[in-house]
Design a protein around this ligand. Structure first.
Ligand code: ZN
Length: 235
C-alpha cells in the first residue's frame, strides 16, 4: 500500500494511520503493558541532536525504542547558543530527565553542509548555514588543504560535529552539569548514509579548557550567592 500525490482520501494520511494501527497491534502483541508502562513517564538515557534529513531517523539507526532517547533535530545538527528550541531541549534533558549521554550526530552527504560550503544563495536558510561557514573559517587551513571535493565535504561534516559538541560545552547548562556528580557524557558521531554505519569521532571535549578564560562561567553557587547578596542590598 502506498500513498500517491493524487491520493483521493480526505486526509492523505491513510497510509500513516494504517501503519500506526499495525504498529500498535504489534507492540501490544509483544507486550500487553507496553503503552501502559510508557504512559507512566520517561527517563531516557540519551539525548540525540541530529540533522532533520529524512534518511537519518534517530530511533532506527540507534536501535532505540520509545522512552529511550530524547531527540532534537535541525538542519545540519547545529548547536546554536541563541536557539531557544535547542536550549530548552538541552536544559530539560540534562536538568529534569537526567540523560547520561548526549550525542551530536552528523551525516555524510548532508545537504546543509554542502550548501554552506558553496557560495550559492538558498534564501532564508543561508543565515542558518552561516554557522557552518564559521566552522570552515575555524578550520580553513585543513579544509582548503583537501583538494578532493567529496573528501572535503566529508571532513567538513566531521568538523561540524566536533564544533557542535564543543558548542555544547560552552553553554551554562553543560558547564553547570559538569560541576555536579555524574554529568552527562558528550559524544560526536557521524552516520554514513551509503552503508548505514555510525562512526564515533571520539571528540575531545576537554580542548575547551584552553578557552575557559573566554567561555568559562563561575560556579553556580557563587552566582546564586551573588544574586542573594544583590537582593539583600549588599552589593
Ligand atoms: Zn543533513
Amino acid at each position: 500500500m502506498s500513498a500517491s500525490a493524487n491520493d483521493s482520501s480526505s486526509t492523505g494520511m491513510n497510509e500513516i494511520l494504517e501503519n500506526n494501527r499495525k504498529w500498535v497491534e504489534g507492540k501490544k502483541a509483544a507486550d500487553p503493558d507496553f503503552f501502559n508502562n510508557l504512559s507512566k513517564g520517561q527517563q531516557p538515557r540519551y539525548l540525540f541532536i541530529g540533522c532533520s534529513d529524512s534518511r537519518v531517523p534517530a530511533s532506527a539507526i540507534t536501535g532505540t525504542g520509545p522512552g529511550e532517547m530524547f531527540v532534537h533535530r535541525n538542519i545540519a545538527n547545529l548547536v546554536v547558543h541563541s536557539d531557544m528550541n535547542l536550549l530548552a531541549v538541552l536544559q530539560y534533558a540534562v536538568e529534569v530527565l537526567g540523560v547520561k549521554d548526549i550525542m551530536v550526530v552528523g551525516h555524510y552527504g548532508c545537504g546543509g553542509v554542502a550548501a554552506a560550503a558553496s557560495n550559492k544563495q538558498f534564501g532564508l536558510i543561508d543565515n542558518w548555514l552561516t554557522h557552518i561557514k564559521d566552522v570552515v573559517r575555524l578550520h580553513e587551513t585543513e579544509f582548503t588543504s583537501i583538494t578532493d571535493k567529496e573528501k572535503q565535504l566529508r571532513r567538513l561534516v566531521e568538523l561540524n560535529v566536533i564544533e557542535q559538541v564543543r558548542n555544547l560545552t560552552k553553554t551554562n547548562i553543560i558547564q553547570n552539569a559538569l560541576q555536579r556528580e555524574n554529568p552527562p557524557r558528550l559524544h560526536g558521531l557521524v552516520y554514513d548514509i551509503q552503508d548505514g554505519v555510525l562512526h564515533n569521532l571520539n571528540v575531545e571535549t576537554d580542548t575547551i579548557n584552553e578557552f575557559q578564560h573566554i567561555y568559562g562561567i563561575e560556579d553556580i553557587k557563587h552566582a546564586e550567592e551573588a544574586v542573594e547578596k544583590a537582593q539583600q542590598g549588599k552589593v
